[in-house]
Write a protein that binds this ligand. Structure first.
Ligand code: ZN
Length: 190
Protein backbone atom coordinates (compact mmCIF):
# COMPACT_ATOMS: atom_id res chain seq x y z
CA UNK A 1 0.00 0.00 0.00
CA UNK A 2 1.55 3.27 -1.15
CA UNK A 3 0.99 6.86 -0.07
CA UNK A 4 -0.50 6.31 3.41
CA UNK A 5 -1.15 6.46 6.26
CA UNK A 6 -4.62 7.88 5.63
CA UNK A 7 -8.24 7.91 6.74
CA UNK A 8 -8.50 4.41 5.28
CA UNK A 9 -5.54 2.85 7.10
CA UNK A 10 -7.52 1.56 10.09
CA UNK A 11 -10.08 -0.08 7.79
CA UNK A 12 -7.28 -1.74 5.80
CA UNK A 13 -5.64 -3.00 9.01
CA UNK A 14 -8.96 -4.46 10.21
CA UNK A 15 -9.42 -6.40 6.97
CA UNK A 16 -5.83 -7.68 7.02
CA UNK A 17 -6.41 -8.79 10.64
CA UNK A 18 -9.61 -10.58 9.66
CA UNK A 19 -7.65 -12.68 7.17
CA UNK A 20 -4.56 -12.93 9.36
CA UNK A 21 -2.25 -11.62 6.66
CA UNK A 22 0.64 -9.16 6.60
CA UNK A 23 1.26 -6.39 4.10
CA UNK A 24 3.77 -3.65 3.37
CA UNK A 25 3.03 0.06 3.67
CA UNK A 26 5.27 2.40 1.68
CA UNK A 27 4.53 5.57 3.59
CA UNK A 28 4.71 9.27 2.86
CA UNK A 29 4.51 12.35 5.05
CA UNK A 30 0.80 12.69 5.91
CA UNK A 31 -1.30 14.02 8.77
CA UNK A 32 -1.79 10.43 9.97
CA UNK A 33 1.71 9.50 11.09
CA UNK A 34 0.28 8.47 14.47
CA UNK A 35 -0.89 5.25 12.76
CA UNK A 36 2.70 4.13 12.15
CA UNK A 37 3.16 2.45 15.56
CA UNK A 38 -0.06 0.48 15.06
CA UNK A 39 0.94 -0.67 11.57
CA UNK A 40 4.30 -1.74 12.95
CA UNK A 41 2.94 -3.48 16.06
CA UNK A 42 0.59 -5.59 13.93
CA UNK A 43 3.57 -7.06 12.11
CA UNK A 44 3.23 -5.25 8.80
CA UNK A 45 6.31 -3.86 7.10
CA UNK A 46 6.83 -0.13 6.80
CA UNK A 47 8.80 0.97 3.76
CA UNK A 48 10.00 4.42 2.81
CA UNK A 49 8.24 6.09 -0.11
CA UNK A 50 8.77 9.85 0.22
CA UNK A 51 8.25 12.74 2.58
CA UNK A 52 6.81 15.15 0.03
CA UNK A 53 5.88 12.83 -2.89
CA UNK A 54 6.61 15.85 -5.07
CA UNK A 55 8.29 14.61 -8.26
CA UNK A 56 9.46 18.15 -9.08
CA UNK A 57 11.25 18.30 -5.75
CA UNK A 58 12.68 14.81 -5.26
CA UNK A 59 13.70 14.13 -8.86
CA UNK A 60 15.36 17.46 -9.55
CA UNK A 61 18.60 16.38 -7.89
CA UNK A 62 20.16 13.46 -6.02
CA UNK A 63 20.61 15.71 -2.99
CA UNK A 64 16.93 16.63 -2.97
CA UNK A 65 16.02 12.96 -3.20
CA UNK A 66 18.29 12.04 -0.30
CA UNK A 67 16.99 14.88 1.88
CA UNK A 68 13.43 13.80 1.17
CA UNK A 69 13.99 10.09 1.91
CA UNK A 70 15.87 10.97 5.10
CA UNK A 71 12.83 12.98 6.20
CA UNK A 72 10.45 10.04 5.98
CA UNK A 73 13.08 7.68 7.42
CA UNK A 74 13.40 9.92 10.48
CA UNK A 75 9.63 10.08 10.97
CA UNK A 76 9.31 6.28 10.74
CA UNK A 77 12.19 5.88 13.17
CA UNK A 78 10.72 8.40 15.64
CA UNK A 79 7.32 6.65 15.56
CA UNK A 80 8.40 3.00 15.50
CA UNK A 81 12.05 2.79 16.53
CA UNK A 82 12.80 1.09 13.22
CA UNK A 83 15.23 2.31 10.56
CA UNK A 84 13.48 0.94 7.51
CA UNK A 85 15.78 -0.33 4.77
CA UNK A 86 13.10 -1.06 2.22
CA UNK A 87 11.76 1.56 -0.12
CA UNK A 88 9.76 2.31 -3.22
CA UNK A 89 10.49 5.16 -5.59
CA UNK A 90 7.48 7.38 -6.33
CA UNK A 91 6.41 6.31 -9.82
CA UNK A 92 8.59 3.21 -9.62
CA UNK A 93 12.27 2.75 -10.34
CA UNK A 94 11.88 3.17 -14.11
CA UNK A 95 9.46 6.08 -14.16
CA UNK A 96 9.79 8.41 -17.13
CA UNK A 97 8.51 11.54 -15.37
CA UNK A 98 11.72 12.08 -13.41
CA UNK A 99 13.70 12.66 -16.60
CA UNK A 100 11.86 15.93 -17.17
CA UNK A 101 13.36 17.20 -13.89
CA UNK A 102 16.80 15.63 -14.14
CA UNK A 103 17.83 13.40 -17.01
CA UNK A 104 19.36 10.11 -15.87
CA UNK A 105 18.47 10.54 -12.21
CA UNK A 106 16.78 7.13 -11.92
CA UNK A 107 19.91 5.43 -13.23
CA UNK A 108 21.86 7.24 -10.56
CA UNK A 109 19.39 6.60 -7.71
CA UNK A 110 18.86 2.92 -8.50
CA UNK A 111 22.61 2.42 -8.09
CA UNK A 112 23.06 4.77 -5.16
CA UNK A 113 20.26 3.60 -2.88
CA UNK A 114 21.29 -0.10 -2.80
CA UNK A 115 24.87 1.03 -2.13
CA UNK A 116 23.51 2.86 0.93
CA UNK A 117 21.86 -0.33 2.18
CA UNK A 118 18.33 0.09 0.84
CA UNK A 119 16.36 -2.49 -1.10
CA UNK A 120 13.85 -0.91 -3.45
CA UNK A 121 10.72 -2.64 -4.68
CA UNK A 122 8.57 -2.11 -7.75
CA UNK A 123 5.45 -4.18 -8.47
CA UNK A 124 4.44 -6.78 -11.03
CA UNK A 125 0.68 -6.56 -10.54
CA UNK A 126 -1.18 -3.25 -10.47
CA UNK A 127 -4.62 -2.89 -8.94
CA UNK A 128 -5.16 0.11 -11.22
CA UNK A 129 -6.58 2.02 -8.26
CA UNK A 130 -4.50 5.09 -9.12
CA UNK A 131 -6.33 5.63 -12.41
CA UNK A 132 -8.26 8.88 -12.58
CA UNK A 133 -11.51 9.26 -10.66
CA UNK A 134 -12.99 6.47 -8.60
CA UNK A 135 -12.14 3.02 -9.91
CA UNK A 136 -14.99 0.57 -9.16
CA UNK A 137 -13.99 -2.05 -6.61
CA UNK A 138 -15.03 -4.79 -9.06
CA UNK A 139 -12.43 -3.53 -11.54
CA UNK A 140 -9.74 -3.40 -8.86
CA UNK A 141 -10.51 -7.02 -7.97
CA UNK A 142 -10.42 -8.17 -11.59
CA UNK A 143 -7.22 -6.20 -12.34
CA UNK A 144 -5.45 -7.95 -9.49
CA UNK A 145 -6.80 -11.45 -10.06
CA UNK A 146 -6.16 -11.27 -13.82
CA UNK A 147 -2.71 -9.81 -13.25
CA UNK A 148 -1.80 -12.52 -10.76
CA UNK A 149 -3.01 -15.48 -12.77
CA UNK A 150 -0.17 -17.75 -13.81
CA UNK A 151 2.48 -15.89 -11.83
CA UNK A 152 4.54 -17.62 -9.16
CA UNK A 153 5.27 -14.56 -7.05
CA UNK A 154 3.52 -11.22 -7.06
CA UNK A 155 3.89 -7.77 -5.56
CA UNK A 156 0.58 -5.94 -5.87
CA UNK A 157 0.44 -2.15 -6.14
CA UNK A 158 -2.39 -0.53 -4.20
CA UNK A 159 -2.91 2.82 -2.51
CA UNK A 160 -3.79 3.81 1.04
CA UNK A 161 -5.24 7.29 0.67
CA UNK A 162 -8.45 8.93 1.78
CA UNK A 163 -9.74 8.99 -1.79
CA UNK A 164 -9.29 5.26 -2.38
CA UNK A 165 -12.36 3.86 -0.64
CA UNK A 166 -12.96 1.35 -3.40
CA UNK A 167 -9.52 -0.15 -2.76
CA UNK A 168 -10.68 -0.95 0.78
CA UNK A 169 -13.94 -2.39 -0.55
CA UNK A 170 -12.03 -4.57 -3.01
CA UNK A 171 -9.74 -6.13 -0.42
CA UNK A 172 -11.82 -9.07 0.90
CA UNK A 173 -12.72 -10.40 -2.57
CA UNK A 174 -9.19 -9.79 -3.79
CA UNK A 175 -7.61 -11.63 -0.87
CA UNK A 176 -10.02 -14.56 -1.21
CA UNK A 177 -9.42 -14.69 -4.95
CA UNK A 178 -5.65 -14.75 -4.49
CA UNK A 179 -5.98 -17.46 -1.84
CA UNK A 180 -8.00 -19.49 -4.36
CA UNK A 181 -5.18 -19.09 -6.88
CA UNK A 182 -2.84 -20.59 -4.29
CA UNK A 183 -1.05 -17.48 -3.08
CA UNK A 184 -0.02 -16.83 0.49
CA UNK A 185 0.78 -13.38 1.85
CA UNK A 186 3.84 -11.91 3.49
CA UNK A 187 5.29 -8.52 4.36
CA UNK A 188 8.37 -7.55 2.41
CA UNK A 189 11.77 -7.59 4.06
CA UNK A 190 15.15 -6.88 2.61
ZN1 ZN B 1 3.21 7.06 -4.41
Amino acid sequence: FDDGPSNNTLKILDILDTYGIKATFFVVGTAKMDYLPLIHSKGHAIGLHSTSHSYANIYSSVNNYLTDIKGISDIVYAKTGVRSNIMRFPGGSSNAVSASYCKGIMTELTTLMPSLGYSYYDWNVSSGDAAGGTVPSSRIVSNVLNGARGKKSICVLMHDTGAKGTTVQALPQMIEGLHSQGFRFAALNA
